[in-house]
Structures are given as C-alpha cells and as structure tokens.
Design a protein around this ligand. Structure first.
Ligand code: COA
Ligand code: MG
Length: 289
C-alpha cells in the first residue's frame, strides 16, 4: 500500500475519478468529509458502488477500504450495516484510542462480513487523533490479525489539544505533531504492521508535498494517504523503490550470502552489518523480490 486516496462517499463524480487514478487503495469516506445530513445517502451510494464493482477482477482494482465514523459517535454500526454481505478489503477507524477499539470494531465487522470473507477484512487505524490516543499507541502490538496499518492525523489532534496551529510558517509540522508522527511510526513497526504517513491538505503545493513524501520515506513510512488524485502518481513513484536502490539492496544481500555467516562485511569501502542486511531485505520485500 503506497498510495491511499480518500474519496467522499457521497460524490459519484469523485468516486469515478478515484477508481481510475492509479491509487493502490481507495478509502471511501463516511466520516469527516460527509456532512451529518448526507450520511444516509452516502451509505446508500457506497453500497450501490460496491455492488457495481463486485464483478471486476481483483487485478484491475485498487484495494477498497471504508472509513467509518468513530466508535463514540453512535454511527459506526449503521456505517457497517451498509456493507452487510459485501466484500471490502478493509475498514479505516478514525479517532481510535488503542487495541481495545480494534477488538470492538473487529467484532462488529464479524457481524456483517460475507461468510466467504470471514476474518479477511483488515483494519487501518488512525492512531493519534486525541491526546489519549497517543498513550494507547503501544497497545496495538496485541490488536490481533485484522490490523493492517497505523496512520496518524494532525487535524483532529490539533482540535483535541487546542493548538493554534499544527504546522509552522515553513509548512512543517510543529513539535507535538512530529512527536505523534514518530510514535505512530514506532508503534506500527512494533506491532508488525505498515506505518502510513498522514495527508498533506494543501493539494496545489506540489513541492511541499514532494518534500513531505521524501521525509516520510526517509523515516520509514511505507505509504502515504492522499486527498486529491494529483497526489497519487507522486506517491506511487516516490514510494516505489528505484532500480538503483533495488540493485544496491540485492548486492548487499548477495555479499552477505557469499560471506557465509559473517556478522560484518566490507562492500565498496563501506562497513555493513546486520541492520544493513535487514534494511536491504526489507527493501527487496517492498519491491516484490
Ligand atoms: N477523489 C476523486 N476525485 C477527486 C478528489 C478525490 N479525493 N479530489 C478532487 N477530485 C476531482 C474533482 O472532482 C475534479 O473533478 P472534475 O474536474 O471532474 O470536476 C478534479 O478531481 C479536480 O479537482 P480540483 O478542482 O482540483 O479540486 P476540488 O476543488 O474539486 O476538490 C477537495 C478539492 C479538497 C474538496 C477534494 O480534493 C476532496 O474532496 N478531497 C477528499 C477530501 C476527503 O475525503 N477528506 C477526508 C480525509 S482528510
Ligand atoms: Mg478527521
């Protein structure tokens, strides 16, 4: 999952565009981008859309996720009910505050999942949207097999803590939000699931977006969420390991293999030990090697 594009579930036009833009994952949103009064119609449109897509082969389709409303809104059950008997790849849970929320959602999903898809619906959690959520991050290691990824959000966290802003004038996240981002990354890796970077709302700022993608990659995020189709090809390109990076990783793996069970080797004048080997193996796995 490199690119995960949000599409408001009440917009036929945007849904069509989203399906055609090359995103690895489409997240049909029933939460913040759909007004309260529009949610029932959005659920109906989503159900029709998913029924219409059911015949398409998996190969030509992005993965399909649905962002439901948070567990404390009283809306989650109705959101899931509109999916009854339909196959989706996963559910995104906003404003989650720890593994207990994943277990609650998991039980609810089990009640609507089709019988030939039992246990196969995954969960992506937005794990930093309240101050309390930050302290639930370590718990995701015991969240169970549905958990596929953790991502983080700065907009709701800003509202929760009453911060005036979450970015400084140069566009970079300020300290409390960078901490949430780092902790989300560590929690995802510790839980053995994918760390996905948050959205970049200023969709006309291509340079700023590329810089944020580059920082996410540098730090270990494996994908990034998008809010606009123009962001998708940029994410796909930047989060695909380059041929040079793949070749270098392969050379490292080969050099270790040739060296028997050596703990440390020299390659092209550089010392390489176990962390370098693990990094190279992980990169090759991401590249599908
Ligand atoms: N998915 C699919 N299509 C999208 C899209 C998205 N997320 N965002 C924009 N588009 C479409 C527009 O409908 C438009 O299509 P059209 O030319 O056929 O009308 C085209 O892409 C260009 O859009 P643009 O004019 O640049 O932007 P906009 O002003 O129409 O939309 C937003 C701006 C922010 C409202 C829109 O990008 C959006 O709804 N994003 C998703 C918001 C969301 O889901 N938020 C929740 C998670 S934070
Ligand atoms: Mg939100």
């Amino acid at each position: 999952m490199r690119s995960l594009l949000f599409v408001p579930a009440d917009s036929t036009r945007k849904i069509e565009k989203a399906l055609a833009c090359g995103a690895d994952v489409i997240i049909f949103d029933l939460e913040d981008s759909v007004a309260a009064a529009a949610k029932p119609a959005a659920r109906e449109l989503l159900r029709e859309t998913l029924q219409g897509l059911a015949d398409r082969s998996q190969a030509e389709m992005p993965r399909l996720y649905v962002r439901v409303n948070a567990l404390d809104t009283g809306l989650t059950a109705a959101d899931l009910e509109c999916l009854r008997g339909l196959r989706v790849d996963g559910i995104m849970l906003p404003k989650a505050e720890g593994a207990g929320c994943v277990r609650r959602l998991s039980a609810m999903i089990g009640g609507v999942e089709p019988s030939d898809h039992r246990g196969a619906t995954r969960i992506i959690v937005v794990a930093t949207e309240t101050a309390k959520a930050i302290f639930g991050l370590p718990s995701y290691a015991s969240a169970g097999p549905r958990l596929a990824a953790l991502t983080w959000g700065a907009e709701d966290l800003r509202a929760d803590i009453g911060a005036r802003d979450n970015r400084s004038p140069d566009g970079r996240h300020t300290e409390p939000f960078r901490l949430a981002r780092s902790l989300c990354l560590f929690a995802a890796v510790a839980a053995g699931v994918e760390p996905i970077d948050t959205v970049f709302p200023n969709f006309r700022d291509e340079a700023g977006f590329k810089q944020e993608c580059d920082e996410a990659l540098r730090d270990g995020f494996t994908g990034k969420m998008a809010i606009h189709p123009d962001q998708v090809p940029i994410i796909n390109e930047m989060f695909s390991p380059s041929p040079q990076a793949v070749a270098r990783a392969q050379a490292i793996v080969d050099a270790f293999a040739a060296a028997g069970d050596a703990g440390v080797i020299g390659l092209n004048g550089e010392m390489l030990d176990r962390p370098h080997l693990l990094h190279a193996q992980r990169l090759l796995a991401r590249a599908g090697r």
